[in-house]
Design a protein around this ligand. Sequence first.
Ligand SMILES: Cc1cc2nc3c(=O)[nH]c(=O)nc-3n(C[C@H](O)[C@H](O)[C@H](O)COP(=O)(O)O)c2cc1C
Length: 182
Amino acid sequence: MTRVLYLIACAAGPAECVDEAVRQAQGRGWDTCLVLTPSAARWWEPRLGELEQLTGDRVRSQYKLPGEADALPKADAMLVAPLSCTSLNEWGAGIADTLALGLVSEGVHLGVPVVAMPYFNQAQAAQPAVARSIADLRAQGVVYLDGEADGYASHPPKQGNPTAFPWHLALTAVEAAAGSRS
Ligand SMILES: Cc1cc2nc3c(=O)[nH]c(=O)nc-3n(C[C@H](O)[C@H](O)[C@H](O)COP(=O)(O)O)c2cc1C
């Protein structure tokens, strides 16, 4: 049976090529639902139709209204990529004011494998809150991919290369996390 992946993208550089990530996930056999933060959805606003076509109308960025049915099928795994510095710190602090953060905050405590790959520069990474948030997420069971060995290390300011974001390594980590629990 096809497994469902929630690919959750924040407004960090690689979000501009999240369509590539959807294609890679689909190519690896995942039924892929795309969740964008409201900021990332703004970036895609002019081309949202492309993402809807690619996912079979499974793109969301807002919480549903009370009484509305669940918009997406149940997730077998969740991948937050790219995770922005802002969303990392909100998530670490238990703030879930976007659908994206609400899904993963609860998901990890419902037993869903949750993997996160960040994308922010070394100046952002130097904030003390970042290390605290990473430790808090890992303590909850989130697979937080950090550093060259895991596929992505923070870049010097103004030297990022969003098109080189290693989506394939993030997906490999999802498969390892999901496989180990299936
Ligand atoms: C053009 C542009 C590029 C940005 N790139 C990044 C980035 O690569 N990493 C990051 O953490 N924040 C980046 N930001 C800042 C985030 O978009 C901002 O913190 C936003 O509030 C994140 O919201 P979200 O995590 O809910 O998507 C960028 C902002 C702009 C306008």
